[in-house]
Design a protein around this ligand. Structure first.
Ligand code: GCW
Length: 668
């Protein structure tokens, strides 16, 4: 178990030397001043982690009666009487960690409003220890910026996982409700360690059965396992459920019978799961039912469910991922449908928007909806699972992609605003499954980790998050850290380069989305064909989204729109997303567009070749099992990067008639 990646970043490798002596002095005893189920989890994790790292678990004490106690105390505890913890800075889930003297003894205080912050503070302390940082003079305050930090599982009730590349669903429905799978406890620990506080258990391409009594009993067991780790359960709700499981002739959100049905259903769910989070809904999207089936709006649908959940404090998360064939430009549709509804959603509705206007491509500009719905609560949805980035086989660290999105300037609702400033929540489509390593590969664990850390602090740095993860997952040896962090930092750009450089998108094979297929042009829905997206011809390549084309740029704030509409100012990364550019147009790099395209595809392959060499150089510095797995996947990635480059260039060359530039290596 130790060497197959099961322990994720919670490996708690033994500490040695001077650091161990210092740690042992600081972590000798454990005092839980404010008992609660969550404080119990914190206590157990501290004992587990410290015991493994120091070879000696801290002793349980009722009070601070010797040096080296870790004290867990919620606000209001008499033990905090003589400290000056600023409750306002802690918020609901934040924590303070402080080196203090209590009863004449040196102690490390973890203070929080309640068990949630105590749990997060305990994991923060363990993280420091795992990174071999000193524990002596701590004075830390940290709190999550977003109240809802959620994983969305696209898990089906037969345990298959839509876009899942890590085995089966973690939810063992057949054995539930009586079986409490210990693996779920570990799943919850992992999430708590990065601050993820909610999970949607089932696929948004829904099956209404999950809302029936036998399934709700199973859901209740899972909820009971996640609860002590600060996580709440949500369910995807199929909009047509009143017809499919409720025996009603309609699911019209304005029909009183439908409204009564959902209210009763909400009551039933809360009877089984008192802290139920609410519903996630994919409506009128890719064939899913929704309010538009009854000529009602998204707001009508969302508000009807919101009304049913409101008495229980539940939330409706309504996805804005909508598009219909033939509307001219798929990238414009979510904005066109949702922006006019701003101000029409109930308070307990959150509109969940994918990072880009189309789908989860290797690179997209940010969705124009961010900042454009100031009277609504908006969540950012990203895909932790790598549907369009080589599944779990290709190494692509997504922290850099999410940092790029979060820092993108929307200049709305106020000048200077960035996507991060406009959010009420973050959701990540989960990449966890029954594989021993959870995520399908060792390196995809980093994306789970980074998602949680960025949801906690959307201003976090992708690089420091990568470094934390590397230290905890692979080790603190600087030779490891200095090699792996840069490799991760460049990895997503490599995928962009060898799949869809310069703002291209959606060149992937039909439906599975693995491997190149830019030539596909015959699918029934035009907006599913790669040729719809790249628009390559003799004259050039790219999608004109300026005023001479679809004018999607007009959906952005005026200052942003002006930049995007300017071929010279938009930047190479978004060039072909917004512009149709002649093959011979010259970029700032001095190359023609065609030469630049060739260069980028080649650069992507070259980066993977370097990643392999870097990784090979670490043989013997990490355990052989995990090393071999990552090495084998990198070999596949290199082969497939070449496949992508060669297939795309051969195709684009056949369309453009351009020669391969002099000096370009012939495909190997
Ligand atoms: O990216 C697409 C996927 C679908 C998915 C859809 C969505 C759940 O190909 O598998 O369906 O997005 O986000 O709803």
């Amino acid at each position: 178990q130790a060497e197959d990646g099961y322990r994720l970043w919670l490996r708690y490798e033994p500490v040695s030397g001077a650091v161990r002596s210092e740690n042992r002095r600081t972590a000798a005893a454990l005092v839980v001043a404010s008992p609660s189920p969550l404080a119990r989890s914190a206590h157990d994790e501290l004992r587990r982690g410290i015991g493994q790292m120091l070879g000696r678990a801290p002793a349980d004490r009722a009070t601070v009666d010797r040096d080296g106690a870790i004290l867990l105390a919620a606000l209001g505890s008499p033990m905090l009487a003589r400290t000056s913890i600023d409750a306002a800075r802690l918020g609901a889930e934040g924590y303070a960690i402080r080196s203090v003297r209590l009863n004449g003894h040196a102690a490390t205080l973890i203070a929080a409003r309640d068990g949630r912050g105590l749990l997060y503070g305990s994991f923060a302390l363990l993280r420091r220890m795992q990174m071999r940082q000193p524990l002596g003079k701590l004075d830390i305050v940290d709190a999550p910026r977003l109240p809802l930090r959620m994983l969305d599982h696209w898990d089906n009730l037969d345990r298959s996982v839509e876009r899942g590349y890590a085995g089966q669903s973690l939810w063992d429905w057949q054995r539930l409700p009586l079986w409490r799978d210990p693996r779920i406890d570990d799943y919850a620990r992992a999430n708590a360690s990065v601050g993820i506080n909610a999970a949607v258990l089932n696929n948004v391409n829904g099956n209404a059965d999950i809302l029936t009594a036998p399934w709700l009993a199973k859901v209740a067991t899972i909820a009971g396992q996640l609860r002590p780790w600060g996580m709440r359960v949500f369910l995807s709700a199929r909009f047509s459920a009143p017809r499919e499981i409720g025996g009603l002739p309609t699911a019209d959100p304005l029909d009183p019978r439908v409204r009564a049905w959902w209210k009763a259903k909400a009551d039933e769910i809360y009877a089984a799961v008192p802290d139920f989070g609410g519903f996630l809904v994919k409506a009128n999207s890719e064939g899913q039912p929704g309010p538009q089936d009854y000529h009602r709006t998204h707001a009508d649908g969302a508000n009807m469910l919101a009304e049913a959940l409101a008495p229980h404090g539940g939330t409706v998360i309504w996805r804005a991922f909508v598009y219909a064939p033939d509307n001219g430009d798929r990238a414009k549709q979510a904005f066109a449908e949702f922006q006019p509804l701003d101000g029409r959603f109930a308070r307990n509705v959150i509109v969940q928007v994918k990072n880009g206007p189309i789908d989860f491509q290797p690179r997209e500009p940010f969705s124009p909806l961010f900042g454009a719905m100031p009277r609504s609560r908006v969540a950012l949805e990203v895909q932790v699972t790598k549907e369009y980035l080589g599944f779990a086989t290709h190494l692509a660290y997504l922290g850099t992609m999410w940092e790029e999105v979060l820092r993108s300037r929307t200049d709305r609702p106020v000048a200077g605003a960035r996507v991060a400033d406009t959010l009420a929540a973050m959701a990540g489509v989960a990449n966890a499954g029954t594989d021993r390593n959870w995520s399908g590969s060792q390196f995809d664990q980093a994306n789970w980790y980074a998602f949680g850390r960025l949801a906690w602090n959307p201003d976090g740095s992708a690089r420091s998050i990568a470094e934390e993860w590397v230290r905890m997952t692979w080790g603190n040896d600087p030779r490891l850290v200095d090699a792996i962090v840069p490799m991760m930092m460049g990895s997503r750009q490599a995928v962009v380069d060898y799949m869809t450089p310069l703002g291209l998108a959606h060149l992937m094979g039909t439906s599975h989305h693995y491997g190149p297929a830019p030539w596909v042009a015959d699918l029934a829905r035009p907006d599913w064909n790669p040729v719809y997206y790249h628009r390559a011809g003799r004259d050039g390549i790219g999608f004109d989204r300026t005023a001479t084309g679809s004018n999607a740029v007009a959906q952005y704030a005026p200052e942003v729109a002006r930049r995007l509409a300017d071929r010279a100012a938009v930047g190479d990364d978004a060039l072909l997303w917004f512009h149709h550019v002649p093959w011979t147009w010259r970029l700032d790099t001095g190359r023609t567009l065609w030469a630049e395209l060739v260069h980028r595809y080649d650069r992507g392959v070259a980066t993977v070749v370097r990643m392999r060499a870097t990784w090979d150089g670490l043989r013997g510095r990490v355990d052989p099992h995990r090393h071999a797995e990552a090495a084998a996947f990198l070999a596949i990635q290199e082969q497939e990067a070449r496949w992508w480059r060669d297939a795309c260039l051969a195709y684009f060359q056949s369309v453009s008639g351009q020669p391969l530039p002099a000096g370009t290596r012939p495909p190997a």
